[in-house]
Write a protein that binds this ligand. Structure first.
Ligand SMILES: *[C@@H]1O[C@H](CO)[C@@H](O)[C@H](O)[C@H]1NC(C)=O
Ligand SMILES: *[C@@H]1O[C@H](CO)[C@@H](O)[C@H](O)[C@H]1NC(C)=O
Ligand SMILES: *[C@@H]1O[C@H](CO)[C@@H](O)[C@H](O)[C@H]1NC(C)=O
Ligand SMILES: *[C@@H]1O[C@H](CO)[C@@H](O)[C@H](O)[C@H]1NC(C)=O
Ligand SMILES: *[C@@H]1O[C@H](CO)[C@@H](O)[C@H](O)[C@H]1NC(C)=O
Length: 948
């Protein structure tokens, strides 16, 4: 129906300078059981679902013969047989009840089914199997209509996905209900029997029979026809583009409405929300239309030409399991990811509105128009969306510095996740729904996006862009394998002759997609000859991991101290060997590999090169690009941890942080310092000493940032202050704490508003310092708040209390409707993170209320996380208590093994700290002393060279 000829292929007119990216994904930390890698969860491929007609009648209240929160459903799937001899049909369903199943040919003539056993439900696999009469088979190429009448559930929370209900308090003080859908990745089957795999594509006609007193419902497309039917209104929506079933959506509510729109019928863009969020949609509307245009032009396919009468709605949903989901024509966001209120929402949440909008809009090309064949390659959807999350938004608003932010939020995150021995490759076999959901995790987003960035610099942006366009045009409205992507790159690379003939781009990409992990590049410079000897090996964060024989095709960039060039990001060499040599000019100088850290690898240098870098950084840190300073910091923490570098040498280099003020450098520094500090929490003396050292490190950056937000400062300065002060206050920085307490008192006593970008630490310190009344103030402020972002900030701060009554009320609150199901797991963690002693109180509570907690967090994996997060904050006394409880209750806590594993790793972390405390303290303290001689040495040497 939507042929390719309808697409406007825009000419590639201009070479865009690109920027960077980030995104929000599910916070589920899945601990997957190892499931057999058989394929029983997959559908046979003997039928092609061409089209669906879906009709839904929801019940929000019980009636004589209907339960509340159920719906009547009827689906007709038009299927084409793709082979002869088919005697049974299998579709996926996970609905409440199947009422009837009928099969006809295209003209409506019934096909005979097995009279005694017309259909069976294979519940474990979510299969519905329709049995034809003996001897009856479908004809290859013919179209049939499979009609299923069924009952569905409107689930209690969004965490169950499928069709679910949510609520919010309206201005009238009453709770208002709505039903929404979250069908990605394997939950269409809860909404309607379907071919619930991304590789099957169909068009959809959706009809909703909503209660007459509800407002107009929303779906992927505009409403074609409205028919009043007594106490219901039938709403028939236009046909969707050809797409995967997980992209279907509808939203049925009493009063959701348009809160912002661009009033452009041809290129419509609207923000939908509960009516009392009026006024919070302006920023989403400010970024959305330019993003749509930017992506349309960059990718050479216009969004509004992807289907007939396309709309581009974004809906803010108070209850949502993830950050956002890319339903075509109606993207759904958790409210905090779409709504923004000046003066109330902080820049971190504001940035997420922009970048997540970019992410979801990018999915319209990568995910919706072209879809990964199967979820083993979900990175083809999520990696691209994550890449454009930063780079498309950077194109729209360069002042956000998102190209640079990509490094710390995505690339360094990929380097961290992918360093464990148990990491998975981008392409990774998955079968069951749990495995599928698990693959929607870090690597698919962060490493996928980082690979694209590396490729862009490798083949140049023009060729990169051309390859993406070839891929999209070639596979529009179809599914794609990675080979389709490789072929598009091979074609573009060949046409543009951008690579050495020795490089095979297909093999290059395959290696990065199919291999686990990434390399560390060991660099050894001969200062006399200028010969650089390189060696690569898989980087493991664990020092005891077995080395592997992997050899990555590694695009190399480097620059040198005597002639630094930070702007040439085009790799000069591709390292295809375990070892490799590069001859540079002779000269006593530092080298830096991975310029601006665009490649997926860490770098370790010989000791003398590190010392030269330490000196250069200490003398004039600005002589090294801020992204390479950030790289050095992030790499050093990882290299020290993996025992590839001594702490003495590492801290010698890190010394420059004492005068550093740059956000990009401090971000990895804070996470590195926090990681170390967390291993000393059980050693009060060590902790005091370490904190004293950290306070020295923080002095310059705090002096620069100060305690208040300045008008018109860059976004990254505000971000820097947000993170630095939260860290500084938490380790007891006196200036930070006093300023925070003062601001909190001004708020509670005189109603002086706190700048949203300071609230994280101000609220926390105010509550930590204050009594029950100070806590209760914030509790009440949160209940009265109409801003979900601010509510989450307050929820976090409420956990900072040390007051016993407050802790009890906090725990009760987590189980009540005052905390949405999606926030409950985080809320518990906020309490332990707020004050470590709170974990012990929480343990007693969890012991008493385990079944209530299990129910409140809904998902079994979330309950497992409750246990493991708790263990990670307990001291040895608490761990013993928890262990005894788990061992005594194995029969009613099936997850006890998860808890025991978490206890073991908490103990291992403490032991790690105990074993290294003295050595690390000495290194951290001693750095100032050791650098001096090196500087002298360097100066002498340079003089010698100049004289020569
Ligand atoms: C129905 O299926 C059963 C086996 O499941 C078979 O024995 C029987 O012959 C079938 N009946 C018809 C009418 O096809
Ligand atoms: C789907 O809806 C369109 C109108 O939007 C209609 O023209 C078409 O016939 C419908 N398709 C089916 C199979 O009912
Ligand atoms: C669209 O129209 C509405 C109603 O007239 C108006 O309030 C709103 O400001 C308009 N939006 C834009 C972006 O012009
Ligand atoms: C690149 O490698 C692939 C897979 O090994 C091979 O099929 C293809 O022919 C190679 N391309 C070129 C240009 O050599
Ligand atoms: C890579 O290693 C092979 C043998 O292991 C050698 O023949 C080749 O010259 C090396 N290439 C480079 C560029 O070092």
């Amino acid at each position: 129906m939507f042929s390719l000829s309808k697409l406007a292929i825009l000419p590639v007119l201009f070479a865009l300078v690109i920027a960077d990216f980030p995104l929000d994904f599910d916070e589920t930390f899945l601990q997957l059981e190892r499931e057999d890698s058989d394929t029983v969860y997959r559908l046979p491929e003997d039928l092609d679902p061409i089209h669906y007609d879906i009709e839904v009648t929801p019940y929000f209240e019980a009636t004589a013969n209907k339960d509340a929160f159920t719906f009547d459903g009827e689906v007709t799937i038009y299927v084409r047989a793709t082979k002869n001899g088919i005697n049974s049909l299998i579709v996926q369903e996970n609905v409440r009840e199947i009422i009837s199943v009928t099969l006809t040919d295209k003209a409506g003539t019934p096909i005979a089914v097995n009279a005694s056993n017309p259909f069976e439900r294979l519940r474990q696999y979510h299969f519905l199997k329709v049995n034809l009469q003996d001897g009856v088979t479908l004809e290859n190429g013919s179209v049939y209509k499979l009609t299923i009448v069924y009952l569905g559930n409107i689930n209690e929370t969004p965490l169950s996905r499928g069709v679910f209900r949510g609520s919010y308090r309206g201005n009238d003080g009453r709770l208002h209900w709505y039903a929404a859908t979250h069908l990605q990745p394997t939950n269409s089957r809860q909404a309607f029997p379907s071919f619930d795999e991304p590789g099957f594509k169909s068009t959809f006609n959706i009809t909703i029979n909503r209660p007459a007193h509800f407002t107009t419902s929303f779906s992927n497309m505009r409403i074609a026809e409205t028919i009043p039917m007594g106490d219901r209104v039938k709403e028939i929506f236009n046909t969707t583009p050809r797409m995967s079933a997980y992209l279907v959506t509808f939203h049925i509510s009493e009063e959701f409405t348009v809160i912002a729109e661009n009033n452009d019928t041809a290129r419509s863009y609207r923000i939908l929300a509960r009516p009392n969020a009026q006024g919070q949609g302006a920023y989403a509307l400010e970024v959305g239309p330019p993003l749509t245009l930017w992506l349309s032009e960059y990718l050479g396919i216009d969004y509004y030409a992807m289907g007939e009468d396309m709309k581009n709605d974004q809906i803010a949903t108070p209850d949502w399991a993830s950050g956002a989901t890319e339903n075509w024509g109606l993207v759904s966001y958790r409210e905090v990811r779409l709504l923004y209120e000046e003066g109330e929402t902080n820049v971190l949440d504001k940035k997420s509105v922009a970048t997540i909008t970019a992410h979801e809009l990018a999915h319209k090309w990568f995910g919706n128009l072209v879809t990964c064949r199967w979820w083993n390659n979900v990175w083809i959807n999520e990696g691209f969306a994550s890449y454009f999350e930063y780079f498309a938004m950077n194109g729209v608003d360069p002042s956000m510095e998102l190209e640079d932010q990509f490094n710390v939020f995505y690339l360094q995150s990929a380097l961290s996740t992918d360093a464990s021995a148990s990491t998975r490759a981008l392409q990774h076999t998955v079968n069951s729904p749990a495995q599928v959901t698990g693959h929607f995790s870090g690597i698919s987003y962060t490493k996928g996006a980082s690979l694209l960035q590396m490729l862009k610099h490798f083949v140049t942006e023009n060729t990169f862009r051309k390859a993406l366009n070839y891929f999209l045009v070639d596979r529009s409205y179809e599914h794609a394998f990675p080979s389709d992507l490789y072929n598009s790159f091979a074609r573009a690379v060949a046409e543009d002759s951008v690579l050495d003939s020795g490089v095979n781009i297909t093999e290059f990409m395959r290696y990065w997609v199919e291999e686990r992990g990434y390399p560390v590049l060991n660099v050894d410079v001969d200062m006399n000859t200028g010969l650089i000897t390189l060696n690569q090996e898989r980087f493991f964060i664990s020092a005891s991991a077995e080395p592997t024989n992997q050899v990555w095709p590694l695009p190399l960039t480097f620059t040198t101290g005597n002639n630094p060039n930070w702007n040439n990001l085009r790799p000069s060499h591709v390292m295809n060997n375990k070892t490799y040599q590069i001859q540079k000019e002779a000269g006593h100088e530092w080298v830096i590999f991975n310029v601006q850290q665009k490649g997926i690898y860490r770098v370790n240098y010989d000791v003398h090169s590190w010392e030269m870098l330490a000196s250069a950084l200490k003398q004039n840190r600005e002589s090294i690009h801020h992204l390479n300073r950030a790289q050095i910091v992030d790499d050093i923490f990882a290299l020290m941890r993996s025992e590839r570098m001594t702490y003495r040498l590492g801290f010698q280099v890190l010394e420059f942080l004492k005068s550093e003020t740059n956000f990009f450098v401090w971000y990895p520094a804070i996470s590195g310092f926090t990681w170390l500090r967390n291993r000393f929490l059980h050693l009060p003396d060590t902790l005091d000493d370490f904190d004293a050292i950290l306070l020295e490190y923080l002095e310059a950056v705090i002096n620069e940032l100060k305690y208040d937000v300045k008008a018109d400062e860059p976004l990254t300065t505000t971000l820097n202050r947000l993170y630095v002060l939260a860290f500084a206050c938490n380790i007891g920085h006196e200036g930070c704490v006093n300023d925070a307490i003062e601001k909190y008192k001004a708020l509670t006593n005189n109603g002086v508003s706190v700048n949203p970008n300071l609230r994280r630490h101000v609220f926390c310190e105010g509550v930590r310092d204050g009594d029950y009344a100070a806590w209760r103030f914030l509790y009440q402020r949160r209940i009265n708040s109409n801003n979900q972002a601010d509510q989450v900030v307050m929820l976090r701060a409420l956990g900072c209390t040390k007051n016993e009554q407050a802790i009890k009320e906090f725990l009760e609150m987590v189980l009540s409707d005052d905390v949405k199901a999606q926030d409950r797991l985080n809320a518990l963690t906020f309490l332990y993170a707020g004050d470590r002693n709170n974990a012990k109180v929480a343990l007693q509570f969890i012991k008493e209320r385990i079944e209530d907690i299990r129910k409140a967090v809904v998902l079994p994996t979330w309950f497992q996380s409750v246990l493991s997060n708790l263990a990670s904050y307990l001291d040895e006394e608490g761990l013993q208590d928890m262990e005894a409880w788990l061992r005594a209750n194995q029969s009613n806590i099936p997850e006890f093994q998860t808890g025991l594993n978490a206890i073991a790793s908490a103990r291992a972390n403490m032991q790690w700290g105990t074993d290294r405390a003295d050595m690390i303290l000495k290194a951290a303290r001693g750095s100032a002393v050791t650098v001096l001689p090196t500087v002298m040495l360097l100066l002498t040497t340079s003089i010698a060279i100049m004289i020569r």
